[in-house]
Design a protein around this ligand. Structure first.
Ligand SMILES: Cc1ncc(COP(=O)(O)O)c(C=O)c1O
Length: 502
């Protein structure tokens, strides 16, 4: 049999280092051009059906293509149709642009490509450090037993935390949900509480964890769209009286729709009194605590048993980057670890140093998310992160003023952070809710397709609302003025078209 030597790379994704350098430089040039031209391009451009088909029907080439051909195809068919969140006039969802240094970090972390399950390599220690930075930034106590790990995003962070909450409750009641599952009908059902504005990932988590959405209590909100604590307390009481097992309250530090912060301090007190796990979904809003103007609303956050964060939202770390923080890391480890206690790595003992991350979450092989998070935070510093959050909140307040100045626009929710819900509602139409909702939905679709700016929509108290989320580091007051003009003009055109219909 012929020897196989290292020059024969057929079929292997290896590449000469010289060629790598040429390709990588071309990619960097392409990215630079893309970033430089963002403002001059449409925020979003719907794809033509032929363009969609071209991607959907891509065929695996029988033999590999050259890197140049691959980059050409990338530029032409893929880079030309972004989601829009790189543009400063994208206000669609809680999706930030990537911090440029985060783009660089993605290249560097892929070059190292470690698995961060655990071990004794730099990525592990860096993840410990940046998780601590996050906890310190938002004031979540990690001492003495706290633990955190990076996950794919806010949904996975809450799922991880709620798994720990479930384990904590089961253990307290003297059973082992890991072994028994939740199949037994002998035990009272576990009940989870969430406000009507809580994120859908909590429902998914309840279903996946075997709690069942039937046992998810949707707590009404008060006039400020915050979780109504007296209604919550009443629900807990009723569930106890019925013989059920309340186990966790999931509050929001910045709801996805309106950026509302639940009364964390009061909820923390109720959790203490009722011995319930206090989870806070801070995926979007927890970093808002850095804005002195709203910091007081986060009182109680530090009492949470667990906190979900999403650096890929407000911090502009390229997706995916979420973080689950748990006050008592021992519970988290007991929830996920498959390593018997007598074999576990303990700090300072044996080879491999720290306990493995894979004992604290669902993933075994884990990406090097810490590098992009570290680079973005190292580049911004605490002051930079704080300035970003304050800037966005100030812009949201500016947008609120602009809306209030326009007689044909109506604000639909109090503005706490950087999300603003409003609608086009000329005074003559304000009594016709059905028509207004249909009008605003049509308006949103038209605005999205026009490409000048981008807003999304949501439903608030049965009313369709336009929703502008300000998360781009380059957005300015002029961009907000342009947004208002586009909304008003498009609304006027739609009403005009309705009136002139035969
Ligand atoms: C408040 C809140 N929680 C959870 C999530 C889910 O986070 P992810 O999409 O990163 O999984 C979001 C996403 O927008 C959110 O805004």
């Amino acid at each position: 049999m012929a020897a196989i030597n290292s020059n024969d790379k057929a079929g292997i994704p290896g590449m000469d280092v010289e060629m790598f350098s040429v390709v990588a430089h071309r990619a960097v040039d392409m990215v630079t051009e893309y970033l430089m031209s963002i403002r001059s391009r449409p925020v979003f451009e719907p794809m033509q059906s032929a363009q969609r088909e071209r991607l959907l029907r891509l065929e695996l080439p029988s033999s590999g293509r050259s890197p140049d051909a691959i980059l050409d195809l990338f530029r032409e068919a893929i880079l030309s149709h972004p989601m829009g969140n790189g543009h400063p006039r994208f206000f669609g969802w809680v999706n930030s642009p990537p911090a440029p240094i985060g783009i660089v970090a993605e290249l560097l972390s892929a070059a190292m490509n470690p698995s961060c399950a655990g071990g004794d390599h730099a990525a592990i220690y860096l993840e410990r450090a940046v998780v601590r930075w996050l906890a310190e930034l938002v004031g979540f106590p990690l001492e003495p037993f706290g633990m955190g790990l990076l996950v794919s995003g806010g949904s996975m962070a809450s799922l991880t935390c709620l798994a720990a909450a479930r384990h904590y409750a089961a253990t307290a009641d003297g059973w082992n949900e890991r072994e028994d599952g939740l199949q037994s009908r002998e035990r009272p059902p576990l009940v989870l509480y969430l406000s009507e504005e809580g994120h859908g990932c909590m429902r998914k988590a309840a279903e996946l964890l075997g709690i069942g959405s039937k046992w998810l209590r949707v707590v009404p909100t008060n006039s400020q769209i915050q979780m109504d604590v007296s209604a919550l307390s009443e629900l807990v009481k009723k569930d106890r009286e019925a013989g059920y097992r309340p186990f966790c309250i999931a509050a929001s530090a910045g709801t996805v729709n309106t950026g509302t912060i639940d009364p964390l301090h009061e909820i923390a007190a109720l959790c203490r009194e009722q011995n319930l796990w206090f989870h806070v979904d801070g995926a979007y809003g927890a970093f808002g605590v850095l804005d002195d103007g709203v910091a007081h609303m986060y009182r109680g956050l530090a009492e949470a048993d667990s906190l979900a964060l999403d650096p890929h939202k407000w911090l502009s770390v390229p997706v995916e980057c979420g973080c689950a923080l748990v006050r008592d890391g021992r519970v988290l480890r007991d929830t996920f670890s498959l390593v018997p206690p007598y074999l576990r790595t303990e700090e300072g003992k044996g080879f491999g140093g720290l306990p493995w991350f894979s004992e604290y979450g669902f993933q075994q092989t884990r990406g090097f998310r810490a590098l992009k998070l570290w680079m973005v935070m190292e580049f911004a510093g605490r002051a930079g992160v704080q300035a970003l959050v304050k800037r966005h909140n100030a812009l949201a307040q500016r947008l609120t003023e602009l809306i209030k100045e326009e007689p044909d626009l109506e604000l639909l929710a109090p503005v706490t952070l950087s999300a603003v819900c409003f609608r086009y509602a000329p005074p003559t139409l304000r009594t016709d809710e059905v028509r207004l909702s249909a009008l605003n939905k049509a308006l949103m679709e038209r605005v999205q397709a026009r490409g000048e700016t981008f807003v999304s929509g949501t439903t608030l108290r049965n009313r369709f609302a336009l929703r502008a989320c300000i998360l781009h580091y380059d957005t300015t007051s002029d961009d907000l003025a342009a947004l208002i003009k586009t909304i008003r003009d498009t609304g006027d055109q739609l009403v005009q078209a309705e009136v002139s219909k035969p």
